[in-house]
Design a binder for this molecule. Structure first.
Ligand code: GAR
Length: 207
């Protein structure tokens, strides 16, 4: 199976994925990395790993779908079977999601459905402070992408404790460590065909 990583930022998850492909923990081929941000460090990480790195500038296109159509052309060129979003901070058009039904994975830095949106870690941390430590867990979620934002069937999810001593940065570090572990696992389960999606649920096929 061939896959693409779409990323907008520093590419910590991408790096974990590249390493997992290298060690055989992900049994699929990462064919190309695409970014909507010219300076995304994710592109540099791809180049360092000899993976084609493609920047597509959203400003060159009139709307979200026209941009997505160009991304999809690239995916067809690389014969991509499934799509991995790793810190990709653009909302996909319905058109994109329909082209890859149940074949787009995303990682989100909270225990979905809690704290959807672009500021999940900050929101969870601030709520924990406001609740004087009574909201003491958050986490990370890998899910299938559907047109509704941060709402698709959940593949893997893991908790992180928010310690009273935590700063936003130390909590983020703990979440990233979990992400870098569960995302490669989820991608491999998907690539090996070990997941069945039934409505909002993901079932894992046991050997
Ligand atoms: C990750 O924490 C990921 O969960 C989050 O962006 C970060 C990207 O980091 N994604 C979202 O918030 C999506 N809504 P990375 O570029 O180092 O992988």
């Amino acid at each position: 199976m061939n896959f693409v990583v779409l990323a907008s930022g520093r590419g910590g998850n991408l790096q974990a994925i590249i390493e997992a492909v290298g060690t055989g923990k992900i049994t699929a081929d990462l064919k190309v990395v695409i970014s909507d941000k010219k300076d995304a460090f994710a592109l540099e990480r791809a180049r360092q790993a000899n993976i084609p790195a493609v920047y597509i500038n959203p400003k060159d296109f009139a709307d979200r779908e026209t941009f997505d159509r160009v991304v999809i052309e690239k995916l067809r060129e690389f014969k991509i079977d499934f799509v991995v979003l790793a810190g990709y901070m653009r909302i996909l058009s319905n058109f994109f999601v329909e082209q890859f039904p149940n074949k787009i994975l995303n990682i989100h830095p909270s225990l979905l459905p809690a704290f959807k949106g672009a500021h999940a870690m900050k929101d969870a941390f601030e709520q924990s402070i406001a609740a004087k430590g009574n909201l003491s867990v958050t986490g990370a979620t890998v899910h299938i992408v559907i047109p509704e934002l941060d709402a698709g069937p959940i593949i893997l999810q893991e908790q992180v404790k928010i310690d009273p001593k935590d700063t936003l940065e130390s909590m983020e570090e703990k979440i990233h460590a979990i992400e870098h572990r569960i995302y490669p696992q989820a991608i491999d389960l998907f690539a090996q065909g070990k997941l069945r999606i039934k409505g909002q649920r993901v079932l894992q096929i046991k050997p």
